[in-house]
Design a protein around this ligand. Structure first.
Ligand SMILES: N[C@@H](CCC(=O)N[C@@H](CS)C(=O)NCC(=O)O)C(=O)O
Length: 212
C-alpha cells in the first residue's frame, strides 16, 4: 500500500511546497530511505474536509502507512524507522538531543525587539555548543553517517538562516566553522534539495510572528 503524506502548502500558493520544518523533516526521512510516497499539499488556512476527517487535529505533517493515518513528525519518524529500517537513521541516545535547543532559541531571538535582552547570546551559546560537538564528533552529529537528529536539525537551521538573514541581517558567525560546514553538507544533500521550500515562503511564513 502506497505511503501518503500530507505537508504544508506555501501560503498563497496552494500548489507549491510550503515552509513547515516538521513536514520537511518527514519528507527528508522518506527521501533518505528511498520510500516512494504520494504527497498532498495542505492549505492550512483552508484545510480540506477529507484531511480533517483522517486527521481531526488538523496539523501537518500526517502520514498514511498501512492504511492508517498518523500525525506528529516525531511519531511519524519513529514509525518510518520501524517499517523501513534501511538505512538505519535512529541516533544513539547520547546524541539524540544534540542541538534540540537551537530552534526555540532562534524563535526567541527572531521575535525579540530588544537587542540587549540576551536572546542573540542565548542562540549563539546553543550554536557554539553544536559547533564544538561537530568538531569532536562530526561531520554529522553522530559521525560519518546522517541520522534522524540531522534530519530534524536541517530544516530548522534552514529557517534560521533564511529568517534571521532577512529580518535581522544576521548570519552564523564565521568562527563557527564546523557548524557552517555542517550546514553546507546538510543543505547539499539531495533529500534537502528535493524537499526544501523556497526562501521567500520561509520569510513570508515568519513575517506575522516577527511583526506581532
Ligand atoms: N509537533 C508537531 C508540530 C506540527 C505543526 O506545528 N504543524 C504546523 C505547521 S508547521 C501546523 O500544522 N499548523 C496548522 C494548525 O495548527 O492548524 C510535529 O512535530 O509534527
Amino acid at each position: 500500500m502506497a505511503v501518503e503524506v500530507c505537508v504544508k502548502a506555501a501560503d498563497g500558493a496552494p500548489d507549491v511546497l510550503g515552509d513547515c520544518p516538521f513536514s520537511q523533516r518527514v519528507l527528508m526521512t522518506l527521501e533518505e530511505k528511498k520510500v516512494p510516497y504520494k504527497m498532498h499539499l495542505i492549505n492550512i488556512n483552508n484545510k480540506p474536509q477529507w484531511f480533517l476527517e483522517v486527521n481531526p487535529e488538523g496539523k501537518v505533517p500526517a502520514i498514511k502507512i498501512d492504511d492508517k493515518w498518523i500525525a506528529d513528525s516525531e511519531v511519524i519518524v519513529d514509525l518510518i524507522e520501524k517499517k523501513y529500517p534501511n538505512p538505519p537513521l535512529s541516533p544513539p541516545p547520547e546524541v539524540a538531543s544534540v542541538g534540540s535547543k537551537i530552534f526555540p532559541a532562534f524563535v526567541k531571538f527572531l521575535k525579540s525587539k530588544d537587542p540587549n535582552d540576551g536572546t542573540e547570546q542565548a542562540l549563539l551559546d546553543e550554536l557554539k555548543a553544536l559547533d564544538e560537538h561537530l568538531k569532536a564528533h562530526g561531520p554529522y552529529v553522530n559521525g560519518e553517517n546522517i541520522t534522524a537528529v540531522d534530519l530534524s536539525l536541517a530544516p530548522k537551521l534552514y529557517h534560521m538562516e533564511a529568517a534571521l538573514g532577512h529580518f535581522k541581517g544576521w548570519a552564523v558567525p564565521e568562527n563557527l566553522t564546523h557548524l557552517r560546514n555542517y550546514m553546507k553538507l546538510l543543505f547539499s544533500r539531495e533529500s534537502v534539495q528535493k524537499t526544501k521550500p523556497a526562501k521567500e515562503y520561509v520569510i513570508a511564513g515568519w513575517k506575522p510572528k516577527v511583526e506581532a
